[in-house]
Design a protein around this ligand. Sequence first.
Ligand code: NOJ
Ligand code: CA
Length: 649
Amino acid sequence: MTANTDGEGVPYYEISRDGQVLIAPSQLGFLFTDADPMRRNFALSGVERGSADARWEQPWGERRFVTDRHNAMTVTFREKGGAQRSLAVQFRVFDDGVGFRYDFPENTNGGLVNIAEELTEFVVAPKGTAWWIQGGDWNRYEYLYQKTDIGSVSTAHTPITMRLDDGTHLSFHEAALVDYAGYWFKRFDGQRFRTHLSPSSRGPKVVRRGGFVTPWRAIRIADSAAGLVESDLELNLNEPNRLGDISSWFRPQKYIGIWWGMIRGDWTWAQGPRHGATTARAKQYIDFAARHGFAGVLIEGWNIGWDGNWFGNGREYSFTQPYPDFDLEQVAAYARSRGVQLVGHHETGGNIANYEKQLDDALALYDRLNVRVVKTGYVADAGGIIACNADAADPCRGEVFEWHDGQRQVQHHLRVVEAAARHRIAINPHEPVKDTGLRRTYPSWVAREGARGQEYNAWSRFGNGPDHDPTLVYTRMLAGPMDYTPGVLSLVGDRGMPFSSTLAKQLGLYLAIYSPIQMAADFIENLEAHPRELAFIKQVPADWEDSRLVAGEVGDYAIFARKDRNSADWYVGGVNDATRRDVTVQFAFLDPRRTYEATVFKDAPGATYENESRHTIAYETITLRAGDTRTFELAPGGGLAIRLTPERR
Ligand code: NOJ
Ligand code: CA
């Protein structure tokens, strides 16, 4: 990685690897709403170097230990005339990628920094293919991925994934998005991209006091799809844990919920004859969870505010007042008596003004009732987040509209996570801002949505389509855990809408899409109707000692091997796209001193997502040892799930 200034004093960086230029000279800089641009007329005025070689432990995750080995360089550019402002850029180069961020000294612009735009470029030199979703469009991050030439990307969210023609894999993203606007990856010409910050109602997209650092701009670089998936680049670029040991109140877990019935349309969040969250149903779900060892029961639509059109209208929500047919105190007491925890729910309709007013009371209530995980929600079109206008006489009447990834919403998410942590409550936001590895610093920020989840399978024929899951693995999942809500074993959505998934794929999702809170999303009757699959879901961990992608290509298929953190068991499996294929797995990772009994859940011969055969599944029990090789057939829209347990000696 090289940094310098060009003939006009424009700061730039450049990246090459093994003699090949990956990122051609790419400019660095800023525009402000109240000061001259930082764009040209700079000179390199200082370089400091450093390095690190460390290992740190995750409280939960895809792997227990993470290696942080990098070279560091801080480059200072100074303006040659005018105010002689300085712009410092911190670079870190790892084996699996690079990160860099800007460091604004305290005296920048006399203290207040009003950023109109960040001018960080990414000029991708080689040709290749990109997988991406559009940024700045109405449905936030909930799009099917596009696969195009790199030169045909328009404005994309990050992470955006690329495979260069020589097989090198890249992913552009950011790390530690704190008190700043998220950026969109915007193409200007050819393969020249630039940060486009998410807008703000204030004019400047970012408002800060001097003496701050921006989020890291992160580029994963790997030889293979596996290298891309196994990289911990963004985690390494985040600050260490600030919350200390949270294991007394948050542990990785699986949960069920009064949820799928509303998504399908059988029940309602609103009051009325089909209201989902009734006291009686809550007790029924708690009983099921207790019987089958699920730690949590999510209950949505328990509180006042859902009647009428709640989409993008959070003005009515109460986060403390239950509906009359839902006795919150009684349900919480019942859960406690059965050794089950409720998973709380705060849908804001995107109105953070209303939510922030009630936040402390809402969290205190859940804390008193021993709720330790809360799912939050921000259902509103992009750009439709309602915040207080701090300048208005009555700030919470003076509404302003913000983006889901604008600075105001970035601040809001962290405010909620920090307030919740004070109540020993973990947070799982839906319609969130993208994940940038902040779980390292705030391990109670356990998961989020931020992509099309399983719920879309309920809403249209073949829903997400068979390619979506094996694309998510290499795109959205590079950002961090996702509350995808697997385990819809019935494979039908609203009005019988068929899923683009076989039964085995629903199990494979638990291995392909990581979250420390994994849902079994179907109605409890449907879970119970599949006792063997339910047994697998009960066993599969949500916390791993190690995870490796053992077979897979971007957008095609993804098979992981994951080792349980709390036993000697291994799990192998994942998801396929629409193409029938044979995958060969080498069980090289197993302990060579042991023999394993492998319980295999695989697609039945001839199964396909395209017709009723998607419900068919085959079971097999085989013996495996380290170094064994086996080939498995994946159906169109299929999947695979294997549990490997060492035989007792
Ligand atoms: C959308 C979320 O993704 C879904 O899980 C939730 O049930 C609804 N919003 C209501 O909050
Ligand atoms: Ca959603």
